[in-house]
Design a protein around this ligand. Sequence first.
Ligand SMILES: NC(=O)C1=CN([C@@H]2O[C@H](COP(=O)(O)OP(=O)(O)OC[C@H]3O[C@@H](n4cnc5c(N)ncnc54)[C@H](O)[C@@H]3O)[C@@H](O)[C@H]2O)C=CC1
Ligand SMILES: O=C([O-])CC(=O)C(=O)O
Length: 311
Amino acid sequence: MKITVVGAGAVGATCADNIARKELADELVLLDIKEGIAEGKTLDMFQTASLLGFDTKLVGSTNDYAKTANSDVVVITSGLPRKPGMTREELIGVNAGIVKSVVENILKFSKNPIIVIISNPMDTMTYLAKSVAGLDKHRIIGMGGTLDSARFKCYLAKAMDVSINDIHGTVIGGHGDTTMIPLKRLATYNGVPVSQFLSTETLDKVAADTMVGGATLTGLLGTSAWYAPGAAGAALVEAIVRDEKKIMACCVSLDGEYGQSDICLGVPVVLGKNGWEKIVDYQLTEDEQAAFNKSADAVRNMNSVLSTLSL
Ligand SMILES: NC(=O)C1=CN([C@@H]2O[C@H](COP(=O)(O)OP(=O)(O)OC[C@H]3O[C@@H](n4cnc5c(N)ncnc54)[C@H](O)[C@@H]3O)[C@@H](O)[C@H]2O)C=CC1
Ligand SMILES: O=C([O-])CC(=O)C(=O)O
């Protein structure tokens, strides 16, 4: 199994580090446009191997796509992160050009990879990658809902003061401060609805905190988060390469599912060796479906900006 991570910044390097530690790849390539950074980070990472007990071949590359040849899975994290006060959507002008050129370069050397998009605004970058790549739709997956669901579980566990590993929760919709939809109705503490343990006000606050989870961290850190985004990217890759058939919320191309078409948006999917293999129907209530439709409208609006850019 060969895995490439493009972008050796905070998220890309963390994702690669997790992939290496989990031994998901025989060969892991980290590529960045900035001279030396990918080589330096992979060398540093390999010097943790004997300490942490993993043995993955790590290759760093300064923009040499030949090194990525025949990748099975490619994770794209290249692009600007937001600064405090910005929205993810404001990154579209710069990141669309980067994501388009990265996808084109990858496909020169890998014929049929599964591509995981992390760069923001992620829903629109996934839509762009899908149209540029022209691959089977199941091979293009945006990472957002997996992270947002992890944040939802974090805030639920904190509010309930229980083990986070007993909490289940899913966030669907767009990966934006106002477009994501934490599904409060379906969140459970070991199978029991969390509404039995939390007041409506507290549960609403948990959902609101989840939605601005990325913005909160950006405010604290001065740039956006990387530990959980990198781990979420690696968890998604793990589900694919180990053919786990796990259900994760991912941004995928919808053809009528959840009432939407011609859009990439976050829904629960089964992940396996062929990418996203199936969309799971959570049977949304009327209110949830209305929120999903509103989220789709906002993401579609963002997608329409792509045609105004000279890409
Ligand atoms: N979908 C999600 O859940 C999340 C998305 N993100 C997004 O991920 C992206 C990366 O974030 P960070 O790693 O924090 O940023 P960063 O600035 O630390 O790293 C970005 C890297 O991309 C590289 N890069 C830029 N253009 C490139 C190109 N054409 N080819 C190859 N490499 C290129 C830069 O040299 C830099 O090393 C941002 O767009 C951020 O908003 C971040 C966290 C979560
Ligand atoms: O907040 C950001 O800009 C980065 C991101 O997507 C996240 O951490 O959820």
